[in-house]
Design a protein around this ligand. Structure first.
Ligand code: SF4
Ligand code: SF4
Length: 168
């Protein structure tokens, strides 16, 4: 495909930039009287017009049962399906033959928040969450162990629904 090149001619005589400056200032002043689209983060995290979608996929949560134990049965599906290979699972088994995770870790730094782990989990134990404020000072702090995943309290994400593709 041919590429069109627009050649700009340099002005042959001295020109004034006053007109261009006034135009720029007029544009700035115009915005001063328009509705504000920014918010005072982090004091303000949402407005009536803007909030995180329920489908936002952020920091994980591990849900627990009534006894406070992780709902995970260490089936191994989520580490198997994880495209970023960021879930570490070491399964254990109690005296009744019930499986549970001895070690369950997610590296939130490597995670691409695809949500596959949530979709594949047969126990609805692991979820991506409606949360994004997980900055840290060291790389190691991004590895969330089971206890930390269980202590998260933010809302869990809803999965993609083809009948409601925009999550409304
Ligand atoms: S959201 Fe995707 S990348 Fe992140 S842990 Fe789950 S399966 Fe892996
Ligand atoms: S898919 Fe669910 S039950 Fe299976 S290992 Fe992952 S979190 Fe545990």
């Amino acid at each position: 495909m041919a590429i069109g090149v627009k050649v700009m001619k340099r002005p042959e005589r001295q020109v004034s930039y006053v007109r261009a400056t006034l135009k720029g200032m007029a544009l700035t002043f115009k915005h001063m009287f328009e509705p504000r689209v920014t918010m005072q983060y982090p004091e303000q995290k949402s407005t009536p017009d803007w909030s995180l979608s329920q489908r936002w996929r952020g920091t994980h949560r591990m849900l627990t049962d009534e006894q406070g134990r992780s709902k995970c049965v260490a089936c191994g599906l989520c580490p198997q399906i994880c495209p970023a290979n960021c879930i570490k699972l070491v399964p254990g088994e109690d005296e009744h033959g019930n499986r549970y995770p001895l070690i369950y870790e997610i590296d939130e730094f490597r995670c691409i928040f695809c949500g596959y782990c949530q979709e594949v989990c047969p126990e609805e134990a692991i979820h991506v969450g409606v949360h994004f404020e997980n900055s840290e000072y060291s790389r190691g702090r991004f590895v969330y162990d089971l206890e930390r995943l269980q202590s998260q309290t933010h809302a869990v994400s809803t999965l993609w629904d083809p009948s409601d593709p925009r999550g409304e």
